[in-house]
Design a protein around this ligand. Structure first.
Ligand SMILES: [Ca+2]
Ligand SMILES: [Ca+2]
Length: 212
């Protein structure tokens, strides 16, 4: 189709202008800083938030360790209740993490050697259970294989106590752009103490060969 001469001239002019514009755009660096900032800012913010998150966790763990040590030491006295000892930990934690969930457990053992340990088992089939015909050592004399020799609670005189406190909290400086589950932190501390000899220790551990 034939175009009028005037239109052809305008098309040619437009093509020449675009041709002249391309080198100018390539040379123009005015927006480079904004582009670099857009690329770097998310990473930079994540590093800052992560550092603050980690700092808060380290500080909270340090406070928790100190409070658990003191509470465990106090719990070894006959005159101090475990509730009062737990409150020491809660008070210390809530001063820096007001909305934290604090839970404590105590297990008592006859001696240090067997703290946090179970009875020996000849686990022939490797299923981690006391299967029929497998031999075990019944240390506490309850005629059963115990995966963990500990009894719940603060025990009695001379018993060894494993005191554990778990703390769950939402960090003030949660990492941005991560799933919600990642925004919950959990820290724990454990202290092992022996109760004061305020009476005669009950029970004992002695090796009794048994068969499941
Ligand atoms: Ca088994
Ligand atoms: Ca047993």
């Amino acid at each position: 189709m034939m175009r009028p001469a005037g239109i052809k001239f305008r098309i040619k002019q437009g093509a020449e202008k675009r041709h002249d514009l391309q080198p100018a755009l390539l040379r123009d660096c005015a927006g480079a800083t904004a582009l670099e900032f857009a690329m770097i800012a998310p990473v930079f913010l994540m590093i800052i938030a992560g550092s603050l998150d980690l700092g808060q966790m380290v500080y909270a763990k340090s406070v928790l360790d100190g409070a658990v040590e003191k509470a465990a030491r106090d719990s070894t006295l006959e005159t101090v209740s475990t509730q009062a000892a737990d409150n020491i930990v809660k008070k210390a934690v809530w001063e820096i993490l007001p909305a934290a969930r604090v839970s404590a457990t105590r297990k008592n053992y006859f001696d240090f050697n067997n703290a946090n340990r179970g009875e020996e088992l000849d686990d022939v089939n490797g299923d981690g259970e006391c299967s029929l015909g497998e031999a075990y050592t019944d240390l506490n004399g309850n005629d059963a294989w115990d995966e963990d020799l500990g009894d719940e609670g603060n025990g009695g005189a001379n018993d060894v106590i494993v005191y554990t406190v778990n703390v769950t909290y939402e960090p003030v400086f949660a990492m941005p752009m991560v799933p919600l589950d990642w925004s919950t932190r959990e820290i724990s501390a454990t202290a092992v103490k022996r109760n004061q000899p305020f009476g005669k220790q009950s029970g004992n551990y002695s090796a009794r060969p048994k068969v499941c």
